[in-house]
Ligand binder design. Sequence first.
Ligand code: PMV
Length: 331
Amino acid sequence: MRATSTATPNIAIMKYWGKRNDALKLPLNDSISITLDSTFSSKTTVDFSEHYKEDSLVIDGVPASDKEMRNAMLVLYYLRKKAGLSCHARIESGNNFPKGAGIASSSSGYAALAVAAAAALNLKLRPDEISIAARLGSGSACRSVIGGFVQWKKGGKEDGSDSYSEQLADEHHWKEFRIVTAITSEEPKIIGSTEGMKRTVDTSKLYGKRLETLPDIIEQSKEAIKRKNHEELFRIAMAESNSLHAVMLDSWPPLIYLNETSRKIISKIHEFNAAKKETAAAYSFDAGPNCHIFTLAKHEAELIAAIKEISGVSRIHTSVVGKGPEVITQT
Ligand code: PMV
């Protein structure tokens, strides 16, 4: 029982930051994301066999860390239970981009794992079940199992059965949409998102205010996506990224993920928009200094030229909105 699948990372416009249940990776707020095309992609093969004595996971040719192994086991445990099977699996995963190259590989990696494992087990799962399986590997992965614009509903149930992602619009909805990724550091982040979000929830006084204001902003961004109102969406996206980094800085000890180049990009985008007399681009930062810039096709070349001028930007990649995971082989 073997299957191979691909999945791509997603970038959140409205960010997930803070869990209500660490083990089940249940979030304290809804989030909205865009699944990227295969510019960056993870490919995972899962092979279940009664001959295997234990589960194994190799990522980019290297045995997985304890944490990666633990998270992958949570995905397998959920799916094996659904299939009523107990045999072990060999998992091989690879990325078409270097791990630690500043692109979050966990969202695509665990999404590819959930999709491949479900296919190998021949499970005919509903989209919410696949999303839950991926969520157990990494929260943000539950959005990468779906293409286009995606909302992860935080849910309210203790067992997490209502915490999964749904599509808001598919990859054809907004053809002009572009995501330009500017790499400002190739270093792995100093504080991982699990530890970082816990610190914010435990210590930031501003965090409660963020949670209070998010539901309205989520509704506004959904409306902006539906109407393809880029100026509204881009304004919300920048304010949201700044809100996230405000509560990070308000945590104790403070979480400082942006670097000097990130701040130069922020200023450059505001200058770019002022010159265009239009909100033509938006920056968005996760728990790291690399920048995802949302823009439209007509502004792409000019925007890239402006970002290239910034010292400290080592690489630039462009993606369109992606279609989500694919099962390549199943035997
Ligand atoms: O799922 P994780 O643990 O990789 O957390 C992702 C958190 C952010 O990237 C900062 C925000 C998000 O919604 O993707």
